[in-house]
Design a binder for this molecule. Structure first.
Ligand SMILES: [Zn+2]
Length: 245
């Protein structure tokens, strides 16, 4: 009886621990288990990187016009499907001097949803998501990305191999603005509270693969975030620039 309860207890502990490790591997911002990844850049200068996911969308124009007024270059993690919808917008973002990163073809949740019968994405599916997006960016935008961001920040099996094959470094963030669910003021408050030298800020100029998403709260928040960071003495760099010592 005693032996059994001990055995059950150990098994439970082992299960919790394995789940914890997997959760960290998938979501932990410093995790490298599924592939090389960074979540912040060099902190020796007062610089910060703005990143925008899920674009391009029709509203991306308004964003890059605003960034141009401040002479800011940012990093855009784009989805293949959205680029195919708006190739001129994707090109214009690149031509304005911003960095383009890979955010998969269709914004697939790489890790299966918990609580459902697991629909495990194969390594081949994961690789296809990044390689298709890479091909589309190269063909439609004319640049070869060196950075990727996993949809929802969730990494999965197969990423390490495709990262090696395509020469892609994973990028997480130091602060994510919840701009898909919050109004402008709390978005700006959170970003400004968490801003630090070498920080990587994650916002969205699209919404997964929706054709015409509402990103107006992000745009309003930007008009608070940028002047405040400039007042605090920050310069803005692309993620690749921010990673240089
Ligand atoms: Zn995304």
């Amino acid at each position: 009886m005693i032996t059994r309860s001990v055995a059950i207890g150990c098994a439970a502990v082992a299960t919790v621990s394995a789940a914890g490790i997997l959760n960290y591997a998938v979501r932990g911002r410093s995790a490298q288990i599924f592939g090389p990844s960074v979540y912040r850049g060099c902190s020796s200068r007062r610089s910060i990187a703005l990143t925008f996911d899920d674009g391009p969308s029709p509203k991306s124009f308004e964003l890059i016009e605003y960034l141009a007024r401040w002479n800011i270059r940012a990093t855009f993690f784009q989805c293949g499907i959205n680029i195919l919808r708006h190739p001129p917008i994707a090109r214009q973002i690149h031509e304005a001097g911003h960095e383009i990163g890979n955010h998969t073809y269709s914004h697939l949740l790489l890790r299966p949803k918990l609580g459902y019968k697991p629909r495990i994405n194969s390594r081949r599916t994961v690789a296809r998501q990044f390689s298709l997006a890479q091909e589309i960016i190269e063909r439609e935008v004319g640049v070869t990305p060196r950075l990727l961001r996993a949809p929802y920040g969730m990494r999965w099996f197969g990423m390490r191999d495709v990262q090696r094959e395509l020469g892609l470094l994973g990028v997480m963030w130091t602060v994510i603005g919840h701009d898909w669910e919050w109004p402008a003021r709390p978005i700006a408050d959170l970003v400004l509270k968490k801003a630090s030298p070498g920080g990587i800020i994650c916002l969205h100029d699209g919404r997964d693969i929706q054709p015409n998403p509402d990103v107006s709260e992000m745009l309003k928040a930007m008009k608070v975030i940028v002047p405040a960071l400039v007042d605090q003495g920050y310069s803005f760099e692309t993620v690749s620039e921010l990673l240089r010592p």
